[in-house]
Design a protein around this ligand. Structure first.
Ligand code: DAH
Length: 337
C-alpha cells in the first residue's frame, strides 16, 4: 500500500467531514481495530528485512499524523457545534414574565376607606384581635344581659376566662380613649370574629372599620357630613344616604345608615330586596357611659362613632354576591382586582 497516497486520501476524507458523527466514521476507517493503519501494521512482518525497519517507521509516522489530523478536526467541529448552540438563543423571542402578586380586594378596600378618612384628618390605629371582655363589652356599655355578650355570639378563649376574639373593632375606642385625651379622630381597620354559620353572607372571621371622633361640641351633623363625604368618595357622587333610628349600647342616639342601591339606583331590585336602599353601617353619638368608662370627665367631651363591615362594602362596590370568594384564594377571582 502506498503510504503517501494514504495520507492524501485521509486529507480528502477529512475535508468532506462536517459532523462529529462523520468524523468518527473516518476515525474507524483509519485507526479502528480493522482499519487501514492496523492492516499496514500487520503487514510489516511480510516486508523484506532490509526495508522493514524504514517501512515500520513510516507506518508509525503516518499513524501519528492521522491521529493529530483527526484530533484537530475534532476540535474544529466541537467549536463549530458550540457556536451553533449559541445561535439557538433567539433574543427576539418574547420573555417569560414573572407572575406578579396583587393586592387582595379586601386590603384594597381597607386602603381606599382609610385614605378617604385620612384625607379628612383621621389617623389609622390598630388593636389586638385577642381582647379583654372589658374592652369588647363592658367599656362599651354593653351590659351583662345583652345577647351579644352571650358565649354563643363570641369566641371566648377557654383557658383565659376574660379573654376573647374581638367580635367588633369598637374595643379600640376604649383602648384609644384610655390612652389619649381628645381631640381624637381615629379610624380602625381589622379582623373580627363571630361564631356564625358560614353562608354567602356570613363568615366566622371578617373585617370591620371603626371610626370615631371625639372633641368638644361634636354634633350629629358632624357625623352626617363625614359619612356623606365617605359614601360619595367610595360609591360615587350620585349616591344618596338615609339615616334610620336604631339601637347600639355604645351610642345615643344610634342610627343605621343606608345608601341608595348602587345596582338599581333606588328603583328596587333583588340585591336591595326591592327596597331601593342598602344598609352599610351603624353609627351614633358616643354614649356618656363610654366616656365614663375610659375616665373622661363627665360632660366635657362629645363625639361620634361608626362601624362598618369591609366585606360588605367590597361586595357592593365590586358586585360580588358571595363573601366566601374573598378567602378561597382562587386566582381566577383574585386576578380581577
Ligand atoms: N360595633 C358594631 C357592630 O359590630 C358596629 C358599630 C355600630 C360601631 C355603631 C360603632 C357604632 O362605632 O357607633 O355591629
Amino acid at each position: 500500500m502506498d503510504l503517501e497516497h494514504l495520507q492524501t486520501e485521509i486529507e480528502t476524507d477529512l475535508n468532506s467531514v462536517v459532523s462529529l458523527a462523520a468524523l468518527e466514521e473516518v476515525r474507524i476507517k483509519y485507526l479502528g481495530r480493522k482499519g487501514l493503519v492496523a492492516e499496514l501494521t500487520s503487514s510489516i512482518p511480510q516486508v523484506a528485512p532490509e526495508t522493514r525497519g524504514i517501512f515500520g517507521q513510516k507506518v508509525n509516522a503516518l499513524k501519528n499524523k492521522i491521529f493529530s489530523l483527526i484530533g484537530e478536526k475534532e476540535k474544529f467541529l466541537q467549536a463549530q457545534e458550540n457556536i451553533e448552540k449559541q445561535n439557538d438563543l433567539d433574543i427576539g423571542l418574547p420573555g417569560i414574565a414573572l407572575e406578579l402578586g396583587g393586592i387582595h380586594p379586601i386590603t384594597q378596600t381597607i386602603n381606599e376607606i382609610c385614605r378617604i378618612f385620612q384625607n379628612m384628618g383621621f389617623s389609622v390605629v390598630e388593636g389586638p384581635e385577642v381582647e379583654t371582655e372589658y374592652n369588647n363589652f363592658t367599656g362599651l356599655n354593653i351590659p351583662l344581659e345583652h345577647p351579644s355578650r352571650d358565649a354563643f355570639d363570641t369566641f371566648y378563649l377557654k383557658k383565659y376566662e376574660k379573654l376573647l376574639l374581638r367580635s367588633h373593632t369598637s374595643p379600640v375606642q376604649v383602648r384609644t380613649m384610655q390612652a389619649h385625651t381628645p381631640p381624637l379622630a381615629i379610624i380602625v381597620p381589622g379582623r373580627v370574629y363571630r361564631p356564625d354559620a358560614v353562608d354567602a353572607s356570613h363568615l366566622f372571621m371578617f373585617h370591620q372599620i371603626e371610626g370615631f371622633l371625639v372633641g368638644k361640641n361634636i354634633k350629629f351633623s358632624d357625623l352626617k357630613g363625614s359619612l356623606e363625604i365617605f359614601a360619595k368618595n367610595i360609591f360615587g357622587p350620585k349616591i344618596k344616604m338615609r339615616f334610620r333610628p336604631h339601637f347600639f349600647p355604645f351610642t345615643e342616639p344610634s342610627v343605621e345608615v343606608d345608601i341608595s342601591c348602587i345596582i338599581c339606583q333606588g328603583q328596587g331590585c333583588s340585591v336591595c330586596g326591592r327596597k331601593g336602599w342598602l344598609e352599610i353601617l351603624g353609627a351614633g353619638l358616643i354614649h356618656p357611659n363610654v366616656f365614663k368608662h375610659v375616665g373622661y370627665p363627665s360632660g366635657k367631651y362629645s363625639g361620634f362613632a361608626f362601624g362598618m363591615g369591609i366585606e360588605r362594602i367590597a361586595m357592593l362596590k365590586y358586585g360580588i354576591n358571595d363573601i366566601r370568594l374573598f378567602f378561597e384564594n382562587d386566582l381566577r377571582f383574585l386576578k380581577q382586582f
